[in-house]
Write a protein that binds this ligand. Sequence first.
Ligand SMILES: [Mn+2]
Length: 344
Amino acid sequence: MSSILNSEQIAAAQKLIQQSDSIVITSHKSPDGDAVGSSLALYHLMKALGKENVHVILPDAAPDFLQWVHGYNDIIFFDKDEKEATDLISAANLIFCADYNLLTRTGEKMGAVLKAAARPSILIDHHQQPEDFPVVLYSDTSACSTCEMVFRFTDQCGWRKRISLAMAEAIYLGIMTDSGSFRFPSVSSETHEIVGYLIEHGLDHARIHREVYDTNLLDRLKLVGYALSEKLEVIEEAATAIIWLTNDELVRFKHRQGDTEGLVNQALSIKGVKMAVFLREGNSEVKLSFRSKNTFDVNQFARKSWNGGGHKNAAGGATSENIMDALKRLKEEVMAVKNDILAS
Ligand SMILES: [Mn+2]
């Protein structure tokens, strides 16, 4: 396994962990498989190292298909228990930031609490351009997932043997979901080596796949069917596919959190399409997901005018415009960069 962190970083992380008796682990808003997986993997690791006072604090809940992970019921959600979460953050001697690059990714309020607390932090993340507040910054934008980085971190600290089955499951969850089930270019031979090691030590990978992908409700499948047949538009001259859903449509199909996950990837799967965008109307803003197949950088596209960012081939954004205005502006912006998309 190649070393990513240098020996000073490892020594600094070990020292911080050893010295700390009150540890908080955080991840980003609307937690996905990698956020839940990496924060709970670190939680299990800290417990295995004998730390008793360890808490995972997430800004809000994860969708149902991620709630089976061991340790999920111990998580404190900032939007529900703001006071307890704030007290724990203020009393912590060490804060882990997993799977996010900017404090604001935890939401305005939680980000402000983290900023005000200014605790020594260890950041483990694969998004581009991380903020530089942490004492130990482990950033690797080429990693397929933060969970892969958590494994490497654990390994480099000499704690591989401490990986329990619960921790292995959490790691696998994040690798599997963030790599599109091992299909994205960011998957390396070492990703497979890591998973090989986890399976060798008892991981039931097929069960995790079933928990995440084979638990659809009928309403969800109908929503996906509706979105694909009625709300998918391809702009051929820009090799771009767009899907958009209004609040009314989401309500009609009894939308639950996570139901539209993966829709944007289906739009991207169309032959000849090089970029896909999904827009979803929420209560106060329109959320956008951007995907690209090749070299077109959706991270930059999302950063430039959609208050977002992420990775080169997968990014998110949001706007306070209404969905029709957002759609119109999006199409104009896509047309403005169509030559870059086509050339990618
Ligand atoms: Mn991730």
